[in-house]
Design a protein around this ligand. Structure first.
Ligand code: UD1
Length: 421
């Protein structure tokens, strides 16, 4: 397993291009299953989770062509298996996203149950309940979800909890269902919006995009002509680099990004003392060499503060001036990075889903272990401001969600290198 070694103490400076959003690319690649004609997708990030999704589509017998610009063309005409096997699903929970489209278009799907993961139990009961209400017959046997339906029918659904992939799965299922589906309490994340726009480009009829009530009028088939769709920029990657610059007192400009999807993160970074200016597709952050001020955050579904930025802000708060309170309301077990930060000297106390952090001037380097994707990123950020060499182990998590992180941080002046195991 590769490791990252970060020598702390550099101030980040320079410009960087942001990649396409992982959490938009995953459902959009799954949604190509709904199209009878080939579709091309661009700005796809080069990430391990994308490779897994391509392997999953390949396993189904789908023809995938990748050109020199890394645009991906997907042609589902050759599909031969309606299945997502455990071997692939266990490495990436988002594989559950093929359930809705397979069932809706082909009337059948066998998808391995995702199982637990480091940040909590993460059940899929809402996905299954809603599909059942749309007429699917679902059994769970030997660790697999077996779903079938002659044709799904539209219905009025109220989701018990806001779920991102749940909303996406049901939206994709509803596109080819008979009649109209209304999803209430739907997720409003920008990646859900991007998927809705993509589905409409395929020929779907979705309204209420970006609101908590989404209406999908079912259509018979989707046969787009020469569709090329460019994926939204990654707001979490953007937020991570902005936080990396803020934690080091730096000055950076991020290009090819989407400031509108990051309003709360930008607001919170301004509270730390950062000067931030934005254009339509760029963000510039200048910390003027100052140590950040502590900021309290409460995670919740969009447009509130994203849980996927909680760990990075925790890293920032460890070296900020003042005390902060970090409350995690989306996942029950998403503080595992804190134990590692404590090993670097961070002064944090956890009380249930709240962490109280007393900022100190400097962390001390230590060997630390990444437990999930965003936790890994937060440990890299902590390493940027720790005295000495921080070794981050198990970085395969990082490669699931950050394209060339060490190259990008090096471009900004960080001292970071990957050591193969
Ligand atoms: C997605 C994102 C992930 C992000 C999360 C929350 C992708 C591929 N992943 O994950 O990066 O951290 O949203 O913004 O887009 N829940 C249930 N039953 C269900 C479904 C969810 O109880 O059937 C609960 C979950 O346990 C969790 C909460 O709902 O506590 C939100 O989870 P959800 O939005 O579904 O997360 P994901 O879609 O898995």
């Amino acid at each position: 397993m590769d490791k990252l070694i970060i020598t702390g103490g550099q101030t980040l400076k320079g410009e960087l291009r942001i990649s396409g959003a992982k959490n938009a690319a995953l459902p959009i690649l799954a949604a190509t299953l709904l199209s009878e004609t080939p579709v091309k997708v661009g700005n796809v990030p080069h990430l391990h989770d994308i490779t897994t999704t391509i392997a999953l589509l390949g396993h189904m017998g789908i023809t995938i062509t990748i050109d020199e610009r890394l645009n991906i063309e997907i042609d589902t005409q050759s599909i031969s298996r309606l299945e997502a096997p455990y071997e692939l699903v266990k490495t990436m929970r988002a594989s559950i996203l093929v359930l809705g489209p397979l069932l809706s278009r082909f009337g059948k799907a066998h998808v391995s149950l995702p199982g637990g993961c480091a940040i909590g139990t993460r059940p899929v009961n809402i996905h299954l309940d809603c599909l059942t209400k749309m007429g699917a017959e679902i059994t769970v046997k030997n660790g697999y979800i077996h779903a079938s339906a002659e044709r799904l029918h539209g219905t009025h659904l109220v989701m018990d909890q806001v779920t991102v992939t749940g909303t996406e799965n049901i939206m994709m299922a509803a596109v080819l269902a008979e009649g109209t589906t209304i999803i209430e309490n739907a997720a409003k994340e920008p990646e859900v919006e991007d998927l809705s726009h993509f589905l409409n480009c395929l020929g779907a009829k979705i309204t209420g995009i970006g609101t908590s009530t989404i209406t999908i009028e079912g259509v018979e088939k989707l046969q787009p002509k020469d569709l090329f769709y460019k994926i939204l920029p990654d707001r979490i990657e953007t937020g991570t680099y902005l936080t990396a610059a803020a934690i080091t007192g730096g000055h950076i400009k991020l290009k090819d990004t989407h400031p509108k999807s990051l309003e709360i993160v930008i607001k919170k970074l301004r509270e730390t003392g950062a000067e931030i200016t934005c254009g339509d597709d760029w963000i510039e952050l200048n910390m003027h060499g100052q140590r950040p001020k502590a900021v309290s955050i409460d995670t919740a579904p969009f447009p509130a503060f994203p849980t996927d930025m909680q760990a990075q802000f925790t890293a920032l708060n460890t070296i900020a001036t003042g005390t902060s309170i970090i409350t995690e309301t989306v996942f029950e077990n998403r503080f595992m990075h804190i134990q590692e930060m404590q090993r670097m000297g961070a002064q944090i106390t956890i009380k249930q889903n709240t962490a109280i952090c007393e900022g100190i001037p400097e962390l001390t380097a230590a060997p630390v272990m990444a437990t999930d994707l965003r936790a890994s990123a937060s440990l890299v950020l902590a390493g940027l401001v720790a005295k000495g060499d921080t070794i981050v182990d198990r970085i395969y998590h990082i490669d699931r969600g950050y394209e060339c992180i060490e190259e990008k941080l090096t471009q900004l002046g960080a001292t970071i290198r990957r050591v193969p195991h």
